[in-house]
Design a protein around this ligand. Sequence first.
Ligand SMILES: NC(=O)c1ccc[n+]([C@@H]2O[C@H](COP(=O)([O-])OP(=O)(O)OC[C@H]3O[C@@H](n4cnc5c(N)ncnc54)[C@H](OP(=O)(O)O)[C@@H]3O)[C@@H](O)[C@H]2O)c1
Length: 297
Amino acid sequence: MLPDLTDRTVLVTGANAGLGYWATEQLAARGARVLLACRSASRAAAAVAAVRERVPGARLDVLSLDVADLASVAACAAAVDVGLDAVLCNAGVTETRGRQTTADGFELMMGGNALGHVALVAALLDRLRPGGRVVTVGSIAHRWSPLDPADLQAERGFRSFRQYGRSKTAAMAFAFELDRRFRAVGRDALALAAHPGFALDSSTPQRSGVNEVAVPLRVVAQPARAFAQGKDAGAWPLVHACVGDGVRGGEYWGPGGWQEMTGRPAPSRARAHVRDEVAGARFVAAAERATGVRLGL
Ligand SMILES: NC(=O)c1ccc[n+]([C@@H]2O[C@H](COP(=O)([O-])OP(=O)(O)OC[C@H]3O[C@@H](n4cnc5c(N)ncnc54)[C@H](OP(=O)(O)O)[C@@H]3O)[C@@H](O)[C@H]2O)c1
């Protein structure tokens, strides 16, 4: 059960669809003000309407953000004129057909899922209220995806599934390194990671204008319920990490059920390679060099 959130403000990236939408709806339902950072104004407007249909009077504001474009990231951060209790770094792509690049020339998954969020968080650190939380969305895929520090951008060989896993490893390593830096400077803030298990649109309740999965596909997807859940449930650990009680910096939350694919939020175990201090510091240094943005911690 989430606490009353009427005094909290949470920024959610990629809030118009999937897990980001559900995190937004769940936060708003407990009274939080949510800043929906989205790349499409029309999809963001549809998400706002869908939340308000269920949560009349929900306090929602839309920010323009393409996390795969550093100019957009900087403009989004500059537009945040309120104190933040949490930033949920959720936006992401899970695969690409061949190696694609961001506006700044980074490989798309590393560039958006990880580097863009590092730049966003760096620019928002002074907006984080005391006790504020930075939550990055990781994945089970981190387990078999240690970073290749010499080839973060997959220039020497691209495989979509492997690069996706590495982008999630990078996002998690960033959270754990950021948390170590908060502790090192005595800053009253937390950074941690969370993952949704295995969450499918086809098992997710319908929200008009947000996710409209054809009935036949929902029927075909029924057996998947044994090992997957809807994105509504997948958002629970993300939301818990942002605002739940009993959460500490450096933790990793996920579903507590079978193989961490489904279930209620529970502490999850991150592999040693994402917690490695040398690898974490090296990734943050590489991200700072690539983006030109400094954490200042
Ligand atoms: N679903 C799972 O089982 C699962 C498992 C592990 C981790 N995750 C992680 O959870 C996060 C959300 O996944 P999901 O399943 O909810 O995916 P989704 O349904 O495809 O939603 C992705 C969201 O991210 C947004 N987005 C993508 N690229 C963006 C960009 N460059 N700038 C701004 N927004 C962008 C999308 O916006 P548009 O609508 O404009 O495209 C959308 O709102 C991802 O980081 C993913 O890696 C998911």
